[in-house]
Design a protein around this ligand. Structure first.
Ligand SMILES: *Cc1c(COP(=O)(O)O)cnc(C)c1O
Length: 470
């Protein structure tokens, strides 16, 4: 072993080898040195651990070529894009961990233009002086929702934080006990209240809250009444919650603002696309909410953003809060959101133009036909170690939107045959192989099968090509 350890080249000698010429130019001397050092250390460690394959390798004619290959591989991996496009075949359309919505081409073009150039982000081109960042989107949002005013922040969690801190700092917010939502990623209503420096005044019970519960909870310290959309769960059975319209009326009588956090928020009636009903932002404002908060990248299908619409006087107060400065969005987001909102002006064509809605409204028959086209070539590409069939499955909308609603879909269903080390291990290995493809494929394991839900598969040819190559 000592002999073999001694036979390893020094870092400098390896770096100067003609096989690695050009690498320093491409990646820089520091990164190349680190890569060589890392690969040599791995070899030394494997030798000391008595790994026989490494011993054989060092004695063979494949060395030092193999070392140079692994250095090149390490550098390529280190410098490859960190955010990779993936095939989302998970069955969850708006998947937070997979970046939620794909954006329409109009938005992508506008993002690229905004990123590449200086722009009139906060500059009034008519008057030649400082302008307002929100102005680009405000008119569009007011047109689409009937609001008097609108403002945009980084995400809906930020929107809720800003609203609470602005309207209720140091004072009480009345909210139903049945709506103390946890969204995930540690967004919990009681925690947000604390972060905004507000006092949570919960009312009613877990399953039933009445209008009189809100009325009884109002006192000296009350700053606002709030309703939160229970986006990711449903309380069933002996239940009662109070409609926004009723709470609005009570709030108006007591001279308090009423805020409705819709979470997903949609601008159109989703039933026209064959989807379940979800209250629209316009309808929520029309029933009297002073402010409505919602996400840019859930059912809206746009970029990550938090949108607040409602009464002008309340929105002005949000803008004056120093937190607004800390939570503001950049020009690229504004560019994308503006294009997405423009698509909503023509709801007839929306399902063709907005990728999120196209995926959600894709018919079960179309997905089935896609599955039938793919079955044979995918089966061939994956080889004889697995069995591939088509299976009916259910897609979810995701991101807490309409949690109980499921959409009929078709999946490629993959089962390892004669699995080594057990079926679970084989499934995990298979899922891992698909995740390591150049454009990773993300499926889900269910009931001893790996399911690839085809609802969100658009680039059929690229999907097949890389399976064949891999
Ligand atoms: C999703 C959600 C949020 C948080 O929105 P993000 O855009 O993810 O920050 C807040 N409130 C409700 C009710 C939600 O569903």
């Amino acid at each position: 072993m000592t002999e073999l350890l001694k036979s390893l080249p020094s870092v400098d000698r390896a770096l100067n080898a003609p096989e690695l010429a050009g690498l320093v130019e491409e990646y820089g001397a520091g990164a190349c040195k680190r890569a060589v050092r890392g690969e040599l250390a791995a070899l030394r460690e494997a030798l000391r651990a008595g790994n026989p394959e490494v011993g054989d390798l060092l004695r063979s004619s494949r060395f030092p070529g193999a070392l140079f290959d692994s250095v090149r591989g390490r550098l390529a991996a280190e410098f490859s894009a960190l955010l990779k496009p993936v095939f989302n075949l998970s069955g969850t359309v708006v998947h937070t961990n997979l970046g939620r919505s794909a954006l329409p081409k109009e938005a992508i073009a506008a993002m690229s233009a905004a990123a590449a150039h200086a722009c009139n982000l906060e500059y009034d081109l008519d008057r030649g002086r400082r302008g307002e960042r929100d102005s680009h989107l405000e008119a569009l949002l007011c047109e689409l929702t009937g609001a008097e005013a609108a403002t945009i922040v980084n995400n809906n969690a930020a929107a809720v934080l800003l609203v609470l801190n602005t309207l209720a700092e140091g004072r009480e917010v009345v909210i139903s006990r049945g709506e103390l939502v946890e969204i995930g990623g540690s967004f919990r209503m009681p925690d947000i209240m604390r972060s905004a420096n507000c006092i949570l005044r919960e009312t009613g019970t877990t399953n039933r809250t009445h209008l009189r519960d809100y009325a009884n909870a109002i006192g000296e310290g009350t700053a606002l009444l709030m309703k939160v959309h229970t986006s990711n769960y449903e309380v069933r059975g002996f239940t009662r919650s109070v409609a926004g319209g009723e709470i609005s009326k009570l709030a108006a009588e007591r001279g308090l603002p009423f805020v409705n956090d819709l979470g997903s928020g949609t601008l159109v009636d989703l039933t026209r696309y064959g989807l379940p009903h979800e209250p629209t932002v316009a309808a929520t404002l029309a029933e009297g909410a002073g402010l409505v908060t919602f996400s840019g990248d859930k059912l809206l299908g746009g970029p990550q953003a938090g949108i607040v619409v409602g009464r002008r006087e309340l929105v002005e107060r949000l803008r004056r809060n120093p937190l607004k400065r800390a939570l503001r969005v950049d020009k690229v987001t504004i560019a994308a959101l503006a294009e997405v909102l423009k698509l909503y002006r023509d709801p007839r064509r929306l399902a063709q133009r907005l990728p999120m809605l196209a995926d959600l409204s894709r018919s079960a028959a179309e997905i089935r036909a896609l599955g039938e086209r793919l079955l044979e070539p995918v089966s061939r590409a994956l080889g004889s170690g697995v069995q591939v069939t088509l299976a009916d499955c259910k897609s979810q909308i995701g991101s807490g939107a309409l949690p109980l609603e499921q959409l009929d879909s078709t999946a490629l269903c993959i089962v390892p045959l004669a699995p080594k080390g057990g079926k679970d291990a084989a499934l995990q290995r298979l899922a891992g192989q698909l995740r390591r493809l150049p454009r990773p494929v993300i499926g889900r394991i269910h009931d001893g099968r790996l399911l690839l839900d085809l609802r969100c598969l658009r680039d059929e040819q690229a999907f097949l090509d890389q399976l064949r190559a891999g």
